[in-house]
Design a protein around this ligand. Structure first.
Ligand code: GRF
Length: 190
């Protein structure tokens, strides 16, 4: 898992993987924030918490090599991004083709791309007077938020919807959706 925030998707995935006895294991949480909720959850649950940021490793080359080494050390097959606020280096994307997933809190291709993160997304959706929103799990390639879509889940937007209420509804969908996407990807990989 690559996370930068509270880690609610990470927690939901961790729970569902155990409950459903899926043939996979979360072996690390990598983050640019050593004390974020996701990293704390990892530590509390015996999952390696790897702090990697451009502040701790200023050279871009060393940063990429460290990231690859941390992944290889644990024989990582799939990388799931959940609220990871940094872009994944090109070399890592190339090393893991169709093996990096991301969850986005809107119905891509709408409301994706630069600046479209966190509450900005939900604000933009409401301002555009959309009737529905939702979440998207997609593969990560070099085109930000444009990789192949794996699965989407929708929510209706109420007439008095606020960005905050929409964010809460979408997050609930995310927690169900990410595990669905993971199951699909695992089935395809065999
Ligand atoms: C989610 O809304 C996700 O779609 C976005 O960042 C948020 C992460 O939330 N990319 P959490 O850290 O999983 O609670």
């Amino acid at each position: 898992m690559f996370c930068s925030g509270g880690g609610s998707n990470f927690k939901a995935l961790h729970k569902h993987i155990q409950e459903r006895n899926l043939p996979c294991q979360i072996v690390m949480c990598l983050s640019n924030h050593s004390q974020c909720g996701a990293m704390q959850f990892a530590r509390e649950n015996g999952i390696d918490a790897v702090h990697l940021s451009s502040k701790t490793v200023p050279s871009q080359e060393a940063f990429v090599q460290t990231m690859l080494a941390e992944l290889e050390k644990r024989q990582v097959d799939l990388i799931l991004l959940a609220g990871y606020m940094k872009s994944v280096p090109k070399a890592v994307i190339e090393r893991y083709p169709k093996r990096i997933l991301n969850i986005h809190p809107a119905l891509l291709p709408k409301f994706g791309g630069e600046g479209m993160y966190g509450m900005n997304v939900h604000r933009a959706v409401i301002e555009a007077k959309e009737k529905e929103s939702g979440a998207t799990v997609h593969f990560v390639d070099e085109d930000y938020d444009k990789g192949e879509i794996i699965v989407q889940g929708k929510v209706a937007i109420a007439s008095d919807e606020t960005p905050e209420s929409l964010a809460a509804k979408v997050l609930e969908v995310e927690h169900r959706l990410y595990i669905e996407a993971l199951v699909q990807v695992l089935e395809k990989l065999g």
